[in-house]
Design a binder for this molecule. Structure first.
Ligand SMILES: Nc1ncnc2c1ncn2[C@@H]1O[C@H](COP(=O)(O)OP(=O)(O)O)[C@@H](O)[C@H]1O
Ligand SMILES: [Mg+2]
Length: 351
């Protein structure tokens, strides 16, 4: 009877368990493992490995994984395997065999998606902290020479005027000021310090940003639609207004650029909405531009990742950092060739 008890414990475990005997026949499989393979347990028990690899009820992508698992285990003697499926779940498979197993092979399959996510976030944070430090150091080093160039150009100005080339001085000064502005903006947002916060209603913030970008968007042939949330004026967030504006501007600029790459046959649209979601307000920015491939989606928030010839790849990594500093969440979804949607969730101020 003890055997039955252990068997039902194994059956109900939250990890998948599969046991092969020494002749390669599947002798045990628990509920979870059958669920992962998406096929009834009965259909599997007694199958040989060969039969499994050609089993009509097992989907092709899963059969491929079984084949790889088999090769890795038998040929390269690997004992740990990692897989991810189409829904972006990650699994860790551990293989136990050898003397204590009497020739049997035990496979245990664990869903490690949550660990993966935590690991990924930690990695991302680490990279951003380093980026912040490097950026601050570089910005500092660039600013000093810029200041002296600016000073000398001002001294040269009368001479340039004399030569009828005052225009050069104007251009140089304007360009230096632009470079300084960029550095300032960047330092401002990559600083790890706490943001300067004030409490503002989300709708007025969005209205201002739309005002700022509307004409630029129209010139590039896209319309920005701001869908007003009827309760938007009562949804307060505690934010560094400059920083959050910068994030939304970054996302809108990317959207405009994504639309710029699409053929003339569809009207470019950027739709901005906001609504309360639990203790957050969710701002959604959706465009009908070129969208993104899975590969791009995976690296989107990495510093210096860009697919544009003239891109810096900083916009979204800086945005990610700003939103994190605000205790918020930034996320994205996209369909290649069709659309992209960014979601920013900011904690609501509770009255
Ligand atoms: N709305 C969007 N549609 C399609 N691709 C996008 C969108 N937003 C961002 N991307 C992709 O993410 C990359 C990184 O964006 P970002 O960090 O702003 O850097 P940059 O704009 O300088 O390339 C872009 O190069 C682009 O490939
Ligand atoms: Mg950008």
């Amino acid at each position: 009877m003890a055997r039955n008890k252990y068997e039902s414990v194994l059956q109900q475990m939250d990890s998948g368990i599969v046991l092969f005997d020494s002749s390669g026949v599947l002798s045990f499989i628990n509920v979870e493992a059958a669920k992962l393979l998406d096929i009834p347990r009965k259909a599997l028990i007694g199958c040989s490995l060969r039969e499994l690899l050609f089993h009509p009820l097992i989907k092709k992508d899963k059969r491929k994984k079984i084949l790889r698992l088999y090769k890795d285990t038998i040929l390269t003697r690997k004992r740990y395997h990692e897989f991810s499926d189409r829904n972006d779940r990650h699994y860790l498979i551990t293989v136990t065999y050898g003397d204590q197993m009497d020739g049997d092979f035990l496979f245990s399959i664990k869903d490690v998606s949550d660990f993966k996510r935590i690991e990924q976030t930690a990695y991302q944070n680490d990279k951003l902290a380093i980026l912040g430090k490097i950026a601050a150091a570089i910005a500092h080093e660039i600013r000093n020479p810029l200041t002296s160039i600016r000073g000398f150009i001002q001294l040269l100005r009368p001479h340039l005027m004399h030569l009828g080339k005052e225009e050069y001085a104007r251009i140089i000064l304007a360009e230096i000021d632009r470079a300084n502005d960029i550095i300032f903006e960047f330092l401002n947002s990559s600083k790890p310090s706490a943001p300067m916060t004030s409490e503002v209603p989300i709708s007025s913030l969005l209205r201002e940003v739309v005002l700022l970008t509307e004409s630029e968007a129209l010139m590039k042939g896209c319309e920005i639609e701001l869908e007003e949330d009827p309760h938007g004026d009562t949804h307060y967030v505690s934010i560094d207004v400059k920083q959050i504006k910068q994030v939304i501007l970054n996302i809108i600029r990317n959207a405009i650029e994504a639309i710029g790459h699409v053929q003339e046959d569809r009207q470019g649209r950027i739709r901005i909405t906001s609504e309360k979601e639990g203790r957050y307000v969710a701002i959604r920015i959706r465009d009908n531009g070129i969208g993104m491939e899975q590969k791009t989606l995976e690296h989107l928030f990495d510093p210096f990742f860009t697919t544009k010839a003239e891109g810096t790849g900083l916009g979204l990594s800086v945005s990610y950092r700003i939103i994190k500093n605000h205790g918020g969440i930034i996320d994205v979804d996209s369909k290649a060739e069709e659309w992209t949607e960014f979601v920013i969730k900011l904690p609501l101020v509770t009255p």
